[in-house]
Design a protein around this ligand. Structure first.
Ligand SMILES: Cc1cc2nc3c(=O)[nH]c(=O)nc-3n(C[C@H](O)[C@H](O)[C@H](O)COP(=O)(O)OP(=O)(O)OC[C@H]3O[C@@H](n4cnc5c(N)ncnc54)[C@H](O)[C@@H]3O)c2cc1C
Ligand code: SF4
Ligand code: SF4
Length: 428
């Protein structure tokens, strides 16, 4: 069915991370109608999965909270979670977007009281913790989730847990009959804010990710350091639960490499510099971080942060592309092999834990996009041939949060211009 709420004067924003939320709000605060479509059960995107933000080291909840407050107070944005765009047809000013909305099995009556979670027994890998921990089949995606509504995992349907969840709910919010819906909406312009995903570290075979439990990725490390994460904020290595005090960070893991991602992911140097401070926070002077790098890319004002970390006695830098990792069979420690290009000597250095600073890949890699979309050589979205669709934030380039917000604001302005132009053409 075609949804009557959206019209050619509506802007469709695909992806509800910080960029999508920003693009939607900027347009809505100019009085434009916006449909914001998010694939998962909550807005926030990958920013909500960080422990702290560089350069100020504040918690992502601050930025998210302000934006969610703006969103709640704005009647021009219609948020649809658990929805994906199946296709977009038409041209600038008059697109038809087909959306598939997956069932949440929990309706608007949900008060997030948590009783269904207590009633069920089944667990699934927790996407909020990149699968490092588990969550109940009935769960709130995370504390700041928007909407503040529980979700029942599809794996529970048809099991005793589904019935237990329904019986536990006093508000009639558990709806096991809910099915997938397909909706068509007419929109005038589209902002693609579909973000990024971490490069699959298992493809970097010499580093042993997936084979050696004490080799993890930078996104997983964010969750280990976070008190809301699977270890309650303790930096415990997955192999044996031992405290990891001597940590290696390997830069350009999958980026700037013809065999993997050709581009520089731009933020992973800053992410590792930031993460050394998680180690300091956890262990003070007894922690030890070593960054193995080709060159450190800390642009603009981030240079100050880099200099601050360089002065930290718990952090050392080894200029080297690590060649390979082997595991010490006795204690499970990863041993890094390579050549230090400053002294030209070979090393075989043992650490408690290795963190791979994995690259940022566009989330839409592998997704069927409208034919009109223009991608760059790394699959980031540049725009569309007809000038009615725009990339925003990490969907357009590997960007930090601040630059993602700037990019989303620009994309929103372009979308508003498209709507204005089509309105003037219709009026003429
Ligand atoms: C290890 C690491 C640490 C970082 N630390 C920092 C930091 O400290 N400070 C900082 O500024 N930046 C940091 N970043 C970068 C930060 O994560 C990004 O800038 C930010 O996530 C970009 O936001 P976004 O909204 O563009 O994309 P995302 O956060 O990826 O959000 C995209 C959203 O779109 C949704 N989506 C995807 N595809 C679809 C689809 N087909 N249909 C509907 N919805 C879809 C996703 O579910 C998601 O909610 C870090 C990155 C890494 C790798
Ligand atoms: S579905 Fe019902 S029981 Fe579960 S959190 Fe929502 S209101 Fe509470
Ligand atoms: S930001 Fe740093 S770690 Fe990331 S790809 Fe660029 S140089 Fe490598």
């Amino acid at each position: 069915m075609t949804d009557p709420i959206a019209t050619s004067q509506t802007i469709l924003v695909v992806g509800g991370g910080i960029s999508g939320i920003t693009a939607a709000l900027e347009a809505a605060e100019c009085g434009k109608e916006v449909v914001l479509v998010e694939r998962s059960a909550t807005l926030g995107g990958r920013t909500a999965l960080l422990y702290r933000y560089f350069p100020k080291m504040c918690h992502p909840t601050c930025g998210l909270e302000i934006n969610l407050r703006r969103l709640k107070g704005n009647r021009h944005v219609r948020v649809i979670t658990m929805a994906e765009v199946l296709s977009i047809e038409g041209t600038r000013g008059a697109y038809t977007a087909k959306l598939k909305i997956s069932p949440r099995y929990i309706n608007d009556n949900c008060t997030a009281c948590g009783e269904c979670e207590k009633a069920v027994a089944g667990e699934v890998p927790d996407p909020f913790n990149y699968g490092l921990g588990k969550t109940k089949v009935a769960h709130l995606p995370h504390a700041m989730a928007y909407p503040q509504r529980y979700v029942l995992d599809p794996s529970a349907i048809g099991t005793a847990d589904a019935d237990k969840a329904r019986e536990a709910c006093k508000y009639g919010a558990v709806d096991l009959e809910m099915g997938a819906e397909t909706v068509e909406i007419i929109v005038g312009a589209v902002v693609w804010a579909t973000g990024w995903k971490p490069y699959d570290a298992a493809k970097i075979q010499p580093y042993g990710y997936g084979r050696f439990p004490n080799v993890i990725t930078s996104v997983e490390f964010e969750r280990l350091a976070d008190p809301a994460g699977p270890t309650g904020g303790k930096i415990l290595r997955p192999g044996d639960g031992k405290e990891a005090k001597n940590i290696a960070f390997i830069q350009c893991a999958g980026s700037r490499d013809e065999n993997h991602l050709r581009h520089c992911s731009r933020i992973c140097c800053m992410a590792s510099l930031k993460q050394t401070q998680y180690v300091r926070e956890a262990y003070g002077e007894t922690g030890k971080s070593t960054i193995y790098y080709i060159d450190i890319r800390a642009i603009d004002r981030f240079e100050d942060f880099y200099q601050m970390v360089q002065k930290d006695a718990t952090v050392s830098f080894v200029k080297s592309k690590v060649a390979n990792i082997v595991e010490n069979q006795e204690n499970g420690n990863p041993i890094l092999h390579g050549v230090d290009t400053e002294g030209y000597h070979r090393y075989a250095t043992e650490h408690d834990l290795v963190v791979l600073a994995v690259g940022m890949e566009p989330e839409i890699t592998g997704v069927k996009l409208p034919d009109d979309i223009i991608l760059d050589s790394s699959n980031f979205i540049e725009g569309s041939k007809d000038g009615g669709m725009f990339g925003a934030g990490a969907a357009a380039s590997p960007l930090d949060v601040n630059r993602s917000v700037q990019s989303a604001t620009a994309a929103s302005l372009h979308a508003i211009q498209v709507i204005h132009r089509s309105a003037s053409t219709e009026a003429a």
